[in-house]
Ligand binder design. Structure first.
Ligand SMILES: Nc1ncnc2c1ncn2[C@@H]1O[C@H](COP(=O)(O)OP(=O)(O)OP(=O)(O)O)[C@@H](O)[C@H]1O
Length: 278
């Protein structure tokens, strides 16, 4: 049977898929990934991903559904360890330390590299307890007063304090979706992370709640390194300094966000951002 003719995108993909276009390194890296590969059972989900994530930067991970953005994000705090069929290879370091070293304890790692999920997922506890839980179990506070201070400052930094300060003992689930997501961000911040991973954090939120989270992301950048998976190119353009474009498990292109959206160098990136697929 005669093969159908390949589309220009497929030709470009086959020719260049092994090499990422753009600058994968960062002058001030917090996370360094080299040759990261992930299998789910026999299935190869991502392959050959090498990328630095710099201190105090927001990097957006974009690409068509199923290209491996979430899989890559979950590698950065070993969340994939919780999926039995999942195998990760390659190297990922946080401040120079290999996070896949067998001596690494994943509990403190996941506090250092915190995660905010697509759907707000407060614990079935009070607003106060949602934020207090982490510092308490990680032994970060010595007294009740100190714990109250951490809860207040985390809620302030998440832009939620003024809205909840009189209702701290109400259930976290009584808040609106946008407030719940800021509560989850406060919970993440409360354990002093270095990096915050966000997997489509606004996809369940309305435009006003989304705008608040985006503003918050911009403010948090001064203290944290943030990697965000998003399906919204407008959101990537608004919140990130660098953008990484994934396609079929490969990191195709990475670069300064403004450049990626105005002058993509790879045909596949251009096809995606101009809406030709995805
Ligand atoms: N738990 C899992 N078990 C088996 N395969 C998985 C699992 N999670 C993801 N995959 C597969 O790995 C590939 C990458 O999926 P992933 O969710 O990382 O992509 P994505 O780019 O984040 O997609 P989306 O934008 O739709 O969320 C897909 O083919 C997906 O079916």
């Amino acid at each position: 049977m005669k093969n159908r003719e390949k589309t220009p995108s497929e030709v470009a993909f086959n020719r260049e898929y092994t090499e990422t276009v753009g600058e994968i390194t960062s002058p001030n890296p917090r996370i360094e990934c080299r040759g990261v590969q992930v299998h789910y059972g026999e299935k190869l989900a991502i392959s050959g991903v090498s990328l630095d994530i710099g201190r105090n930067e927001v990097i957006a991970l974009i690409g068509p559904s199923g290209c491996g953005k979430s899989t890559f994000l979950r590698c950065l705090n070993r969340m994939n360890d919780t999926i039995p069929a999942c195998r990760v290879s390659g190297e990922i370091t946080l401040d120079g330390r290999n996070i896949y070293d067998p001596t690494v304890d994943v509990v403190p790692l996941r506090a250092q590299v915190g995660m905010v999920f697509q759907k707000p997922n407060p614990f079935p506890k009070s607003i106060f307890e949602n934020v207090a839980y982490g510092p308490r179990i990680h032994g970060l506070v010595a007294s009740k007063v100190e714990l109250e201070e951490v809860v207040e400052s985390s809620l302030r930094r998440a832009g939620l304090w003024d809205e909840v300060k009189d209702y701290l003992h109400q259930p976290g689930t009584s808040l609106s979706g946008g407030q719940q997501q800021r509560l989850c961000i406060a919970r993440t911040i409360a354990v002093n992370p270095e990096v915050i991973l966000m997997d489509e954090p606004c996809s369940a939120l309305d435009p006003i709640a989304t705008a608040k989270i985006e503003q918050l992301i911009d403010e948090l950048r001064s203290q944290f390194t943030i990697a965000i998976v998003t399906h919204s190119m407008q959101q990537a353009a608004r919140v990130s300094q660098r953008t990484a474009y994934f396609h079929m498990g490969r990191l195709i292109e990475v670069g300064e966000t403004a450049r990626i959206f105005t002058n993509p160098h790879h045909q596949l990136t251009e096809d995606y951002i101009t809406g030709r697929f995805g």
